[in-house]
Design a protein around this ligand. Structure first.
Ligand SMILES: C[S@@+](CC[C@H](N)C(=O)[O-])C[C@H]1O[C@@H](n2cnc3c(N)ncnc32)[C@H](O)[C@@H]1O
Ligand SMILES: [Zn+2]
Length: 276
């Protein structure tokens, strides 16, 4: 079956997971062209079977080259210990929404590890969703959409993955089932600290505001720390430099001199926050 046909079937079977981003009504019609709501708002399915639900252009700095490097790094297992920590808490058949899913590697790995529920990944970057659609596994669906106008149905999801991506707690609470959980990953102070030191001297990451905000919304939450070191090769170091927003503030000359002397190891340190 072609990707667009698979996506049409997926939409027919799971239409309640989505809603029209314009009028917030349910979608009523599905064809291999796309979906339509009762008020005739129509959204297109792309060739790769992805659905475009943005109201206006939403490209950002997460472009194809950056996201391809992120995918190459993710393929080495760079983020697996974080995802393994999430797997310890998440029900096996959870219906998942991956917010700001980027190039889609996280949903792919979680599926390989046995998560068998329906999965939707969305991102505001078209390039991200193009790359994500190259991951091929059952029960996943990818759309270009904006968290601020989220086109997802009410009380449909058991779990929201919010990994290094922006949050909108009012929206999270609307789309989650009553027992649903948010799995939020935020960098800790030492996240990629060796890279920060090389680029900017001693600049630690400040996550206090983000963590405090989560705890304000979900006072009873679980807060775990996941910390590990990753050995780097020349290639993995380059992918790391290319994929992280951390290097966006650096000059080309700084990046060149960084790549001339690759780091041998890097610290990954994050907070995993889960509401209860
Ligand atoms: C640091 S990346 C993380 C991507 C992925 N979760 C990962 O861990 O590899 C942040 C992502 O959030 C996406 N994003 C930013 N604002 C968004 C919005 N309003 N709606 C949806 N996605 C958004 C970006 O396009 C980007 O792909
Ligand atoms: Zn509509």
């Amino acid at each position: 079956m072609k990707k667009i046909e698979r996506s049409t079937v997926y939409l027919e079977e799971n239409l309640a997971l989505l809603q029209c981003p314009v009028c917030k009504e349910a979608f009523q019609e599905v064809s291999n062209q796309g979906v339509k709501c009762a008020n005739n708002h129509h959204f297109d399915l792309g060739k790769k079977g992805t659905l475009h639900l943005l109201l206006k252009g939403g490209q950002n700095d997460y472009d194809k080259s950056m996201l391809s490097s992120r995918k190459a790094l993710a393929d080495t297992g760079f983020f697996h210990p974080i995802l393994d920590a999430i797997l310890k808490h998440i029900p096996q058949d959870a219906t998942l929404l991956d917010v700001g899913c980027g190039e889609g590697s996280h949903l792919h790995y979680l599926t390989e590890q046995g998560l068998s529920g329906k999965k939707i990944g969305f991102d505001i970057s078209k390039d991200a969703i193009q790359l994500a659609a190259a991951h091929f596994f059952d029960d996943a669906f990818w759309c270009v959409a904006d968290l601020a106008q989220s086109p997802f149905g009410e009380k449909q999801f058991d779990a929201i993955l919010n990994i290094f991506s922006p949050s909108h707690y009012q929206e999270f609470n609307r789309v989650l089932k009553s027992e649903g959980r948010v799995y939020k990953v935020v960098p800790d102070t030492d996240y990629l600290i060796e890279l920060r030191q090389r680029l900017y001297g001693e600049r630690a990451y400040e996550n206090d505001d983000v963590v405090a905000r989560f705890k304000e919304v979900y006072p009873d939450c679980i807060h775990e720390h996941v910390r590990y070191e990753v050995a780097l090769t020349e290639d993995t170091f380059r992918w790391l430099v290319e994929m992280t927003p951390l290097t966006w503030g650096a000059s080309e000359a700084d990046i060149e001199s960084l790549l001339e002397k690759p780091l041998k190891t890097i610290t990954v340190a994050v907070s995993l926050l889960i509401n209860r």
